[in-house]
Design a protein around this ligand. Structure first.
Ligand SMILES: CC(C)(COP(=O)(O)OP(=O)(O)OC[C@H]1O[C@@H](n2cnc3c(N)ncnc32)[C@H](O)[C@@H]1OP(=O)(O)O)[C@@H](O)C(=O)NCCC(=O)NCCS
Length: 371
């Protein structure tokens, strides 16, 4: 069995940060506008009055304090409430390719590898900009990478599933060195007029180099992978090429991200605990020997639930970092950005778990060890 390593990661985020107070003030201005505009319909019971959001609720319910968003001005404008994105045309570089290339170059620099040494590009994301040609092939072309590229969609587990695919491609001999890119431009998919979820997401992109050799002393060997999926409608995005033919005539906004957050919380957290426990037990590794859990960054309460069940109620918060306080939920990019930001103190032999969970449901847990 070949040994396979993560040899470098890099990420991109937008320049502009959005605080909870900023996003709440914008939402509340939208609420005032809505309630005034639909005063008559609200009085007659045809529409429901909207309630204010609050920074206190957001921080308590999610742990999120800020997020980075691509087009802050339009997202916060109560008359717009969505970002404007550049035209996706054959004549332009796509936005997902652009941010992937920035993250990829950083990951390649960290791994000390050139484009000519890479054999494949795998793009995983929760929302792709188009069906084809693959974003991965566009990035491959732009970076001058030979070999092959393909896109895959696995909701919030797209990054870890893509790393797992890179592992499989390397073990089977298809490739030696793989670039995994995970652009998560969440803001175009987020309905900023929904009180339950207007605050959750941030934009980001992460890239990972997966190789058959540990070419630098920053590398982490992938010791084990565990992938589990279980169908659920509790997190859905219904954008589809069939929207134009399904005769439902739904607004674009109705097709955006929707979730039943409470159910997700209750159903997914115990699954994650069981999967990590099973995986470590199968590997004869005690949780005390896991120096860090780089968990999916959707919600601080979910992270502390999982960490408490695994390490015990009084666990040290450094064991399960919460980069979501700054970045928000950056969909599938979160666990690997957490790994990127908080793995520098690892020494040879230290072990950690990168574990994503989200829509599908989809869960992927990777046990890694510093070389
Ligand atoms: C979404 C989430 C943050 C909501 O937190 P929660 O504690 O479950 O909150 P609830 O939705 O139960 O709402 C609790 C109360 O706060 C209110 N509330 C909801 N949004 C609010 C807001 N923005 N501001 C103020 N109050 C709000 C609700 O109306 C509700 O009031 P009620 O008790 O009077 O009915 C949380 O459920 C979550 O993160 N779940 C997992 C999400 C996830 O992982 N998704 C994956 C996506 S990748």
């Amino acid at each position: 069995m070949k040994e396979i390593f993560i040899t470098g990661t890099g990420f991109w985020k937008p320049d502009e940060i959005v605080t909870n107070d900023e996003i709440v003030n914008s939402y509340n201005a939208y609420v005032d506008k809505f309630n005034e505009e639909f005063k008559a319909e609200i009085a007659s019971g045809q529409k429901s009055e909207l309630s204010y959001s609050s920074s206190e609720f957001i921080e308590k319910a999610s742990g999120i304090k800020t997020r980075y968003i691509l087009d802050k001005k339009n997202v916060l404008d109560p008359n717009v409430m969505k970002p404007t994105t550049p035209a996706e045309l054959a004549s332009n570089q796509s936005l997902l390719a652009e941010i992937s290339i920035i993250a990829a170059k950083k990951a390649m620099e960290a791994a000390k590898i050139n484009a000519s040494e890479i054999d494949a590009v795998i793009m995983g994301t929760s929302h792709s900009a188009r069906n084809y040609p693959a974003i991965a092939i566009e990035v491959q072309e732009e970076l001058g990478i030979a070999g092959y590229g393909y896109d895959m969609l696995v909701g919030c587990s797209s990054t870890t599933f893509a790393i797992s695919n890179a592992f499989s491609d390397i073990s089977s001999g298809l490739a030696n060195n793989v670039l995994v890119i995970n652009p998560e431009l969440t803001s175009p998919a987020n309905d900023f007029t929904l009180r339950d979820s207007h605050f959750i997401f941030g934009d980001a992109c992460v890239a990972t180099i997966v190789q058959s050799q540990a070419i630098n002393d920053q590398s982490f060997k992938i010791l084990n992978r565990k992938l589990v999926t279980q169908f659920s409608n509790n997190i859905r995005s219904d954008f589809s090429y069939m929207n134009r033919t399904d005769q439902l005539d739904r607004d674009d906004d109705e097709l955006l991200f929707r979730q039943n957050g409470r159910s997700v919380f209750k159903e997914v957290c115990p699954m994650v605990v069981t999967i990590i426990n099973q995986q470590l037990s199968d590997m004869n590794i005690d949780i005390c020997d896991i120096k860090r859990l780089w968990l999916h960054q959707a919600n601080g309460n979910m992270i502390s639930y999982v960490a408490k069940k695994l390490y015990g109620d009084n666990y040290d918060e450094k064991l399960a970092p919460m980069i979501l306080a700054e970045y928000g939920n950056v969909a599938s990019a979160g666990s690997v950005i957490a790994f990127n930001q908080t793995s520098d103190d690892f020494i040879s032999g230290d072990k950690g778990v990168i574990c994503s969970f989200g829509a599908g449901y989809s869960i992927c847990s990777l046990v890694v060890e510093k070389v």
